[in-house]
Design a protein around this ligand. Structure first.
Ligand code: HAM
Length: 403
């Protein structure tokens, strides 16, 4: 038997209901915040992710579904959504047009990671990207939008916050950090040794316990932010406080993608095991320029839908629509016709086989129909139909012309 690939799941039945429930809910909220839907291709040039997510990141270094296509192009399945949206933004010349552009998207992302609970190779994100606003109020708006979405889903969270500085304060900090890393270099893991020269700040979120204990003494960027970053960070904290959003400062939160500056945040859940990040994002003011666009401030986030699906509290599903069935073979054609009629305005299911009443009531239950409607030989003679309202628990026989 051929099975789906490791770390790639089918989404159907009850899962699919959760999945679409979340996407509808999140899309609705994003639209209320003034965001418009964007769809970008699943396949992009590999160079796009190398230049945005960064060659030193695990995502690009180890996890890309990358191949040469039949036209000799080096392509890969997108590991995340931001890079494609930025490419589209530049390709459509929206960077040159100026102004504010806000997008939301959802769809599959691919990362060749080691699968485990909450960590898939094909997973789905809901994300938003906002271009053209150089104000920390937009960063706060992003965070408030995630909080709104999670609240609407009945999901509790902890918000972790950090500032990654900018070109003014980051270079000096990086030098400082490299000196520190050199002082403990003999004891750190191979990955961290590599990160020292590619992207030293990434050592701070190394998962190795020994490294983590060594880095408790590492210099902290948050203590040496330049005045603009410092002002923005304290303003962000004030806005969140004023809007009753609790946060924790996590000086080791550096995110797994290289394009961030200033605000970085992650929402985590304590109820889904070790893969606890349910949303992550931040500001990326230099990415448009890195991808050859006109410099444009930008900020965004993405949420992991599979992780959220474990936590969503679904509203009670109400009985809805019609179930129709025949008790005699002669009534089947009529049942089909009546079902088609009902489908013009309602959800309607029918059974193609003649069955007794008990089995039809079971069938109606299975599809969660509000009305179970049955025609047997008596009803056929009288041109009536027997209808049971399964919610009100009342039943009656009515003329077909009134049905
Ligand atoms: P990210 O933190 O890499 O950020 O991913 C966002 C979310 O996707 C994570 O918080 C997690 O819930 C989910 N996720 C990531 N990897 C997996 C996986 N292997 N299996 C299941 N879920 C996963 C980004 O992708 C950025 N593009 C976010 C962003 C948008 N920043 C600015 N704009």
């Amino acid at each position: 038997m051929i099975k789906s690939l490791r770390g790639m799941n089918d989404i159907l039945s009850e899962d699919y209901e959760r999945f679409t429930y979340f996407i509808d809910l999140a899309s609705n909220i994003a639209q209320k915040y003034g965001f418009h839907f964007i769809e970008t291709p699943l396949l992009e040039e590999t160079a796009l992710f190398k230049r945005s997510v960064g060659e030193s990141s695990d995502i690009v270094g180890k996890e890309m579904y990358q191949f040469i296509d039949k036209g000799e192009n080096d392509v890969c399945l997108r590991p995340e959504g931001t890079a494609g949206v930025v490419r589209a933004f530049i390709q459509k010349k929206l960077d040159k047009a100026g102004g504010i552009h806000r997008f939301f998207y959802h769809g599959p992302m691919f990362r060749y990671e080691r699968p485990q609970k909450g960590r898939l190779r094909e997973f789905h994100q809901f994300g938003v990207e906002s271009f053209g606003i150089d104000s920390v109020y937009e960063d706060a708006t992003m965070i408030m939008m995630v909080a709104d979405i999670l609240k609407a889903c009945g999901i509790g969270y902890r918000l972790q916050l950090n500032s990654l500085g900018d070109q003014n304060c980051m270079p000096a900090y990086r030098e400082n950090l490299v000196s520190f890393i050199e002082s403990v270099e003999d004891e750190i893991c191979e990955d961290c040794k590599r990160r020292k020269s590619t992207n030293p700040i990434r050592v701070l979120d190394c998962k190795n316990e020994k490294c983590q204990s060594l880095y408790t003494n590492a210099p902290k960027l948050i203590n040496v932010l330049c005045s603009s970053c410092e002002d923005d960070f304290s303003k962000l904290k004030n806005i969140l406080h004023d809007n009753e959003i609790d946060y924790e400062i996590d000086t080791n939160l550096v995110r797994g993608l290289d394009y961030y500056s200033k605000t970085a945040f992650e929402f985590v859940s304590d109820n889904i095991g070790s893969q606890s990040a349910i949303a992550g994002g931040g500001r990326y003011d230099r990415l448009v320029e890195f991808l050859d666009g006109r410099p444009t401030p930008a900020v965004g986030f993405a949420m992991g839908i599979e992780r959220l699906m474990e936590l969503i509290v679904m509203p009670e599903t109400k009985r809805d629509g019609y179930y129709l069935g025949a008790m005699d073979d002669e009534a089947i054609d009529l049942i089909i016709k009546l079902t088609q009629d009902k489908r013009k305005n309602f959800k309607a299911n029918c059974d193609f086989k003649a069955k007794n009443l008990k089995n039809h009531l079971k069938g109606a239950d299975k599809v969660n129909a509000r009305f179970c409607c049955v025609i047997g030989s008596n009803e056929l003679n009288d041109t009536t139909i027997w209808v049971k309202d399964l919610e009100a628990k009342s039943e009656k026989v009515i003329l077909l012309e009134d049905f």
